[in-house]
Each structure stands twice: as structure tokens, then as C-alpha cells.
Design a protein around this ligand. Sequence first.
Ligand SMILES: [Fe+2]
Ligand SMILES: [Fe+2]
Length: 322
Amino acid sequence: MQIMTETAQQDKLPIAKGSTEQISSHVRDHDGSVSSNDKLARLVGKIDKSDISSIKQVVTKLVEIINDPDSGAKELKDVIDKDPPLSARLLKRANSAYYGYRRKIYAIQDAIVCVGFNTVRELAISQKVSEVFQDNSSYEGYSRPALWEHSFAVALCSKLTYTKEFRQPGENIYVAGLLHDLGIIAEDQFLQNEFRLALEESKRNRQNLPDTEKKTLGFNHSDIGREIADSWEFPYELVKAIGSHHDPEKAEGQSKRVILTLYISDYICQRNEIGYCDAPYKKDERLYYRCLKELGIKGMAMNLIVQDVQKEISDLKSAGWL
Ligand SMILES: [Fe+2]
Ligand SMILES: [Fe+2]
């Protein structure tokens, strides 16, 4: 078994890939209690053995397809074909009144032709990711369906910002939106007592959840999400975006646009109270406008985009898909 060096123990984050068990057995605070870094490493280890990791393979493959310009409809069909429940849900969705096709669609291939490659790709990702949000437990204003509505709205808002404002497809932005709060699901599933206490304390102190988590756990759901995305070997840009979604000031280099877009989308969806809000108390409006300025986007443009998001969500709800 590998023993961590002193330097590695001091440099607690990020966790080295594939070494979560080794870290968890060796990093302890001076008083013998389990350190927050150890707790985070154990948590990521548990996720990899849980139903949450069922989304890993399909999402990884779909992210690869999104990032590979040579990938086409055949690769997309192959991924969906390998997951019968996903295929069934996708066909049901393509045949729903929402898309308004008169001809019945029986095959994924036809769905890709009728509904469109990009739409099917996004549908496949959102259907697969939604699997881990399907628990009805709720506590102190939090519930998985409300978190799913929020995540879906942020994904849509981020994608629309890319297509309308930057005229770019934004390869990873939709997935970043869907998965940015995945760390909350991990807390809900594996640190339920601590998570409930954090929700209570956040409400009692009128402090945003990420700040309360940092205080009570030593890390927050952005850290958890970053470690999951890293252990699943997602593209660097996606790992950074998930890990920095509450700290856009740390954004730099090539990932900056993705991180800032995710931040402004998360912010405006919360300001409009779409689904669950993890930061309802102290809204840093100046930071929001600084990010907009840096991205070259007008506040009014974001207001129009969020209206489109609200309309889409309301249509999907009426059609029974959300
Ligand atoms: Fe968050
Ligand atoms: Fe969020």
C-alpha cells in the first residue's frame, strides 16, 4: 500500500486519481479525527461504487462525441443502443406531442434524422443524467426534482448564451450545466446527516449553502463535483467549470469563458427562482455584472435568454417531461 509523502499530506486538494482508498487510510488530523480531505476522498470512492456512477459511461461517451468533430449519427446511435432504458425514453420523447411529428418514430436512427443530431445528443445526456435526480426526498426547501429543474435550466441557459451571444456550440457547456451541482446529490446520498445539518444551518444563518458546507464539512459541493468529474476523466474544461461554479474569480486561461458562462447562468436562474437555489441569500450582483462585462454580454440579453429558458421549462412541464 502506498504511503503518502508529507508534501502530499500538506497539499490536500486535489486528490490523486485512483488513490482514494490509500489517501483515506493515511490522512488524519493531529487529534486522530478524519480530515475533510479524507472525507472527500472516501465520498468519491463511494460514488464510484454507487448508482450515481451508472451515468459515467454514457455521459463520458457522449462528451467524447460532442468533442470529436468526426463523430456522427452512427456513434451517437451506438451509445444509445447500448442502453435500452435510455433508448426507450428517448423514443417516447421523440414521439411525444412536444415534437409534433405525425409519423411514428420506432428507431433511434429515425429519431436522429427527425429530431436532429444535436437535439438527440442533448436529450440523451439529459435523460441519462436525470436518472440520478429521481428521488423524491426533500428537506428544508431542497429536493432532487427541484435540483434537476435547476440543473436543466442552467444547462439550457448556458447553451443558449453560447449559441446566441458567442455564436459557438460550446462543446462542454451543456453537460457542465447539467452536472454542476452533482456534488449536492453525492452529499444527499452519502453524507445525509451532515447535508441536512448544512441545509438547516444555511437557512438559520441565512448563509448560502456552499459557504455553510465549507464551514461544516471543510469542502463544498463544487469540490465534490470537481473530484467526481476528475475521477471520471472528463475534459479538463468540464472539471474546472464544475469545480469553480461558485468562484468565477478563480477562472483563468482557456476555461474562463465556460466558467463565467456557467456562473452567470447559475446566477440568473437562481435570481428567477427556477428550481432549487443553493445560493438564495447573498447575491453578489457586482460579481455577476463583472462577469457579464468580461464576456461582453449585456444584462438585457441575459434577461431575454432566461425568459426563453422559463418558456421551455414551462412547455416541458405541460408536456409532462419535467
Ligand atoms: Fe452550486
Ligand atoms: Fe447551481
